[in-house]
Write a protein that binds this ligand. Structure first.
Ligand SMILES: *[C@@H]1O[C@H](CO)[C@@H](O)[C@H](O)[C@H]1NC(C)=O
Ligand SMILES: *[C@@H]1O[C@H](CO)[C@@H](O)[C@H](O)[C@H]1NC(C)=O
Ligand SMILES: *[C@@H]1O[C@H](CO)[C@@H](O)[C@H](O)[C@H]1NC(C)=O
Ligand SMILES: *[C@@H]1O[C@H](CO)[C@@H](O)[C@H](O)[C@H]1NC(C)=O
Ligand SMILES: *[C@@H]1O[C@H](CO)[C@@H](O)[C@H](O)[C@H]1NC(C)=O
Ligand SMILES: *[C@@H]1O[C@H](CO)[C@@H](O)[C@H](O)[C@H]1NC(C)=O
Ligand SMILES: *[C@@H]1O[C@H](CO)[C@@H](O)[C@H](O)[C@H]1NC(C)=O
Ligand SMILES: *[C@@H]1O[C@H](CO)[C@@H](O)[C@H](O)[C@H]1NC(C)=O
Ligand SMILES: *[C@@H]1O[C@H](CO)[C@@H](O)[C@H](O)[C@H]1NC(C)=O
Ligand SMILES: *[C@@H]1O[C@H](CO)[C@@H](O)[C@H](O)[C@H]1NC(C)=O
Ligand SMILES: *[C@@H]1O[C@H](CO)[C@@H](O)[C@H](O)[C@H]1NC(C)=O
Ligand SMILES: CC(=O)N[C@H]1CO[C@H](CO)[C@@H](O)[C@@H]1O
Length: 722
């Protein structure tokens, strides 16, 4: 997750001092290359203390971008950080798409229009809980390719795309060196995590990537996050939750200390619970980082947004970093947003001294310490740290007594008055409320279509081996049918079907009857299915639907990953029939997908049943029409009575839902699925659901999402700050 920070405070403070006033928007900039020294980035000749936040353009819509950026700016951010999503932009080699939600230039120009800077993390490997870590799947079929290593085919395509993006930014004049907002670019992403797996090809790849990037002459610095051997002049930066404690620092005394991902929460997977990180904890670690001479902090995420369509990586829910300062819908999450805004304002008050002063640190007690920045001119800033998580501490600083709250840092912009304490939250909490505004509870509203279960003779692709799932689907669908024919023997009285798969889900059908489902999880990808089935007296058809819930996004050798079935057996009382090297027939995707029946213009490709509305029936498509709700509140589909599948509104996928995968507490990980406002028209909206295992569409609703200031009582507080 990442958060973006707003520039407002900094711009206002800086312009007030330099120019004697002026607003923050549409700041005309000189053509200035961005440089750095051991203290900070230097822009327009000035050192900068920058608060930044991640907002990923394809995780929301162009209609939402201006208000998200405005809220980030009001929250005290000066930089918006985004990854670039290669697999959206280059769906086929040399074919590019920068339209709609993929309009990177428009997003960067919106940042510029609001007077903020941008940090462009090109990657082009990004991980980011994004399918295949951002790689287009066609890379998989480039002969001899080994991703992210010193390998010619890979380097060719990586350089090709990186160059494409840099040239695009240059031709739009978007680098700061051209008067644009981009002050930093990133090459690769957390590569150090996997570098050792490539032996000597790892370090040589890092050197190549750095040289290639620097050679593109952007006029602004390049960064590599989590890469302690980043070659000069590329800056190594920290990702994590506690960089003030964990970062070993820049790998050269003339590089600044920068934190590119301070996780405001954490991603969530199906079967997992949300991760709540308190405003106080985030504020503590950001402040400690600055006290230790950090000069750039990025919140990952400031707005997480939604993994629309099939863009989530394996097992991730569609709601991304909903716990960020701006929630999934772009609403302020309080007190996080407000507490961090106050922190940014406090830091900005003394940023000159922080950037110019000489830093010293000393102990104030067993678990207490002071970090002091002093200028010859007399400017003095102090951070008083209490690392004791249980008790207050009374300390003497410059002969004055201060009482420090547990696990807190007090900021003294003049070394005598405390203007901010990380553990003192003045912002009121708010709570989110959902209100059902549209019920789909009458059978007349719905029509249904049962997808076809193919059998062995229906399939055109045959093989005597169990083929790898991704290599079959080429990621054009989540679904791959494996079909077998079986002639039952009289001895087989209680047939048991035993399947092993490397992921992610199997749904099992024998002679068109459903015999159950098995699935893996984010942490345990493999799965075993074992269940009794019923066989015909003559030939039986076994059809197994293998389903992926996003492609993997991390680790080395992504090009060699295996998913799908590895073993299929029918175990009879006496004998075991092993299908592993028997003939198997394959079908990629579902009939409804092939016919695009989620699109209005293709609805008539199948016969929808208008008189029956089934519940608890697998492999069923449902459709209904609805009018957009009145009002400006964000809306979400409440799918709590469905099982597992995908949902479309007006032909656009709002993502994969999975209600039937419960957390350890017995509840679904996600029941609300965001419908971005621009997906809706005033009337006649088409909702299509594809349900894999069985659900009840009659209890689906459209809910409005809003926040209200909570009346703070103590048990609320403890719930929020655990
Ligand atoms: C990138 O590759 C395409 C072919 O896929 C080629 O047409 C184009 O010139 C290449 N661009 C660069 C910058 O290498
Ligand atoms: C790296 O070296 C180890 C030990 O020699 C070897 O087992 C492994 O296959 C090598 N990996 C690569 C990618 O060359
Ligand atoms: C900025 O950097 C570019 C590329 O390195 C260089 O061509 C240009 O002269 C520099 N501009 C300034 C103002 O230093
Ligand atoms: C000052 O800070 C450094 C780095 O955090 C630490 O190693 C050192 O022990 C501190 N010195 C004192 C006197 O606390
Ligand atoms: C800790 O210090 C705060 C602020 O001075 C004070 O309000 C609070 O009562 C103290 N708590 C304890 C346990 O002493
Ligand atoms: C602190 O007080 C001591 C005596 O109590 C005095 O010697 C010292 O100069 C004072 N220091 C400051 C910074 O005021
Ligand atoms: C299944 O197989 C039989 C013949 O083996 C065929 O007649 C039938 O149409 C097939 N397909 C479906 C979807 O039932
Ligand atoms: C992928 O499928 C192609 C045939 O379509 C085959 O030649 C290739 O070996 C397969 N690759 C893998 C890794 O299974
Ligand atoms: C069933 O038994 C017959 C003979 O007993 C054998 O030829 C046939 O292969 C068996 N079927 C299967 C699926 O193994
Ligand atoms: C099934 O067949 C495959 C391929 O021949 C073999 O690797 C596997 O061990 C067999 N399974 C059992 C349980 O015998
Ligand atoms: C709809 O379902 C009913 C009840 O199962 C059935 O009688 C009818 O033939 C179906 N109509 C279509 C178009 O499939
Ligand atoms: C890399 C890192 O620092 N990860 C930490 C992120 O923050 C959480 C919660 O504070 C820690 O549990 C992680 O270890």
């Amino acid at each position: 997750m990442k958060w973006s920070l707003w520039m407002v405070v900094m711009v206002v403070v800086a312009t007030a001092m330099v120019e004697g006033g002026g607003g923050g928007s549409n700041v005309a900039r000189e053509n200035n290359n961005v440089t750095y020294d051991g203290r900070s980035l230097i822009i327009d000749g000035q050192r900068k203390l920058l608060f930044s936040g991640s907002i990923h353009y394809p995780r929301s819509t162009p209609q939402m971008w201006p208000s998200l950026i405005t809220k980030a700016k009001e929250g005290g951010l000066e930089v918006i950080q985004t990854y670039v999503f290669w697999n959206l932009h280059e769906p086929q080699p040399g074919q590019y798409d920068f339209s709609g939600r993929y309009d990177l230039v428009k997003f960067i120009k919106e940042i510029q229009a609001q007077g903020l800077y941008a940090c462009l993390r090109i990657g082009p490997f990004i991980e980011s809980e994004w399918t295949y870590g951002g790689f287009p799947f066609w890379l998989h079929d480039i002969p001899g390719i080994i991703y992210r290593s010193d390998n010619e085919p890979f380097k060719f395509y990586m350089q090709n795309f990186t160059t494409k993006i840099v040239n695009m930014m240059k031709s739009e004049g978007l680098y700061a060196s051209q008067g644009g907002p981009i002050i930093l670019s990133q090459i690769e992403n957390e590569y150090q995590n996997i570098e050792a797996a490539f032996n000597e090809s790892g370090p040589s790849y890092v050197r190549w990537a750095a040289t290639m990037a620097v050679g593109l002459q952007t006029g602004v610095p390049w960064i590599m996050c989590k890469q302690s051997d980043a070659p000069d002049p590329v800056i190594n930066t920290c990702n994590g939750m506690r960089c003030g404690e964990t970062f070993l620092g820049p790998n050269s005394p003339n590089k600044p200390s920068m934190w590119t991902e301070n996780w405001t929460s954490f991603y969530q997977v199906y079967g997992g619970e949300p991760y709540i990180r308190s405003a106080e904890d985030i504020a503590f670690h950001v402040t400690l980082f600055v006290a230790k001479r950090g000069s750039y902090v990025n919140y990952y995420m400031y707005h997480g947004g939604t993994n629309l369509g099939r863009t989530s990586a394996a097992y991730f829910i569609t709601s991304y970093y909903d716990q960020a300062p701006l929630d999934e819908y772009g609403l302020l999450r309080q007190p996080k947003w407000g507490h961090l805004k106050e922190l940014h304002a406090a830091m900005k008050l003394c940023s000159m001294t922080l950037l110019q002063g000489v830093q010293t640190n000393f102990s104030l007690g067993q678990l207490q310490e002071a970090y002091v920045f002093q200028e010859d001119s007399g400017g003095c800033v102090a951070f008083l740290v209490n690392n004791n998580g249980r008790d207050n501490a009374t300390v003497l600083f410059q002969n004055v007594s201060f009482e420090l709250l547990p696990k807190s840092i007090s900021i003294l912009p003049d070394c005598s008055n405390v203007i901010f304490n990380t553990a003192t939250v003045k912002t009121e909490h708010n709570e989110r409320m959902t209100t059902s505004i549209e019920l789909f509870d009458s059978a007349e509203r719905w029509e249904e279509f049962e997808d076809v279960i193919p059998n062995f003779s229906d399939t055109s692709i045959k093989s005597n081996a169990l083929l790898e799932h991704m290599n079959m689907t080429k990621d054009e669908s989540d679904y791959l049918w494996y079909t077998f024919r079986f002639q039952q023997n009289s001895t087989c009285t209680k047939p048991l079907l035993h399947i092993e798969s490397l992921g992610h889900v199997v749904h099992v059908f024998a002679n068109k009857m459903y015999f159950g489902t098995a699935h893996g999880s984010h942490d345990v990808k493999g799965l075993t299915f074992e269940n009794s089935i019923l066989l015909n007296n003559d030939i039986s058809n076994i059809s197994i639907l293998s389903v992926m819930v996003g492609l993997p996004d991390s680790g080395p050798f992504l090009e060699k990953r295996f998913a799908g079935l590895t073993s299929v057996e029918i175990r009879c009382s006496e004998e075991v029939y092993n299908f592993t090297d028997h003939e198997c027939g394959y079908q990629v995707g579902l009939l409804g997908e092939k016919l695009h029946i989620y699109d209005e213009q293709n609805l008539s490709n199948v016969d929808w049943n208008k008189t029956r509305i089934s519940t608890n029936q697998p492999l069923t498509w449902y459709k209904a029409m609805f009018d957009a709700p009145i009002g400006d509140d964000p809306v979400a589909l409440n799918l709590s009575t469905m099982g597992k599948g995908e949902a479309w509104v007006n032909g656009q996928s709002i993502g994969r839902y999975w209600i039937s995968f419960h957390t350890s507490k017995g509840t679904p990980s996600q029941t609300l699925y965001h419908v971005p406002p621009s997906f809706l028209k005033p009337s006649g909206n088409l909702l299509v659901l594809f349900e894999e295992v069985g659900g009840d569409p009659l209890q689906v609703s459209l809910d409005a999402i809003s926040v209200y200031d909570a009346h703070i009582h103590v048990d609320h507080l403890s719930q929020f700050t655990r």
